[in-house]
Write a protein that binds this ligand. Structure first.
Ligand SMILES: [Zn+2]
Length: 243
C-alpha cells in the first residue's frame, strides 16, 4: 500500500508525469484555492520518455505537485509504453479509491491519441466503479466516486463543461515549467521531441485561450462527462456572454 495516501475530495489520474498539468493544472490549483483536498496519481514512471529519466521526472513531478498545492502525488508502475490493465492493476486503483474516498475522479479521455492514455482512461473508469461494490472485499470499505470526469490531451472532443482557470493559469504554467526535462529549453542537450518544441507550449496557451473564449473568460480547461453536470443558475452560467 502507498503510505502517502490520505482522504481527498478529488483525485486526478494520468498516464505519465506531466499529463495532468497540461490538461488540468489550472483546475487543480483552483480547486486547492477553493479549499478542496486534491491528490495526484500517475500510472507510470514515464520511463519511455524521449527526454529525462524516471528519477528526474519524479523530482519534477513532486515540484509541480507543490506548486499546484496537491496533498500527495504517487506513481504506480504499470509500465510506460504498454500500460498493464489486468486485475492486479485494477485492484491497486480500487485500493487507492477506497483509501482516499474521492467525491470526484478525473482521468484521461479513453479515445485519445496515445494508447497509454486510452488504457488509463479505461482502467480508472472501471476500477472507480468496481471500488463501490460492497461484496468486492479488499479489507477496505467500499466507496464509489460521484462521477468520472475526462480531460482531453491530443484530440479535440466537444467539452461537457469548461472550468474558468483565468486566476490560476500562471500557476499552471509554473507547474508545467517544473518539468524542465520535458518542455522547451533552448539550453537543453537532450534530443528534440514533439512536446519539447517551443510550439507545443504555445499550443497549450492557445488551447487555454480557446476554451476560455467558449465560456467568455480569458483561460479555460475543458472536460467531458458521460452525464451532463447539474446547473442551478442558467443565467449565471452564461453571464456576460452573447450567442
Ligand atoms: Zn502522456
Amino acid at each position: 500500500m502507498i503510505e502517502a495516501l490520505e482522504p481527498v475530495d478529488i483525485i486526478f489520474f494520468g498516464a505519465h508525469p506531466d499529463d495532468i498539468e497540461l490538461s488540468c493544472g489550472g483546475t487543480i490549483a483552483k480547486s486547492v484555492a477553493d479549499g478542496l483536498r486534491v491528490g495526484i496519481i500517475e500510472l507510470t514512471r514515464g520511463e519511455l520518455g524521449t527526454r529525462g529519466t524516471p528519477k528526474i521526472r519524479r523530482r519534477e513531478a513532486l515540484a509541480a505537485m507543490r506548486i499546484l498545492g496537491a496533498r500527495f502525488r504517487e506513481q504506480l508502475d504499470f509500465g510506460d509504453g504498454n500500460i498493464r490493465t489486468g486485475r492486479e492493476e485494477e485492484l491497486q486503483i480500487i485500493e487507492i479509491v477506497r483509501t482516499c474516498k474521492p467525491k470526484v475522479v478525473f482521468t484521461m479521455w479513453p479515445d485519445d491519441r496515445h494508447p497509454d492514455h486510452i488504457r488509463t482512461g479505461r482502467i480508472v473508469t472501471e476500477a472507480s466503479w468496481y471500488a463501490g461494490l460492497r461484496s468486492l472485499e479488499t479489507g477496505l470499505p467500499h466507496h464509489r466516486p460521484q462521477v468520472t470526469i475526462y480531460y482531453p490531451q491530443n484530440y479535440l472532443v466537444t467539452p461537457s463543461f469548461v472550468v474558468d482557470v483565468t486566476k490560476t493559469w500562471k500557476t499552471k504554467q509554473r507547474a508545467i515549467a517544473a518539468f524542465k526535462s520535458q518542455f522547451y529549453d533552448p539550453k537543453s542537450k537532450e534530443p528534440p521531441s514533439f512536446i519539447a518544441d517551443k510550439k507545443f507550449l504555445e499550443m497549450i496557451e492557445a488551447r487555454g485561450r480557446h476554451f476560455g473564449a467558449l465560456i467568455g473568460v480569458e483561460y479555460g480547461e475543458a472536460f467531458m462527462t458521460k452525464q451532463p453536470p447539474k446547473v442551478d443558475d442558467v443565467i449565471a452560467a452564461y453571464a456576460g456572454r452573447e450567442p
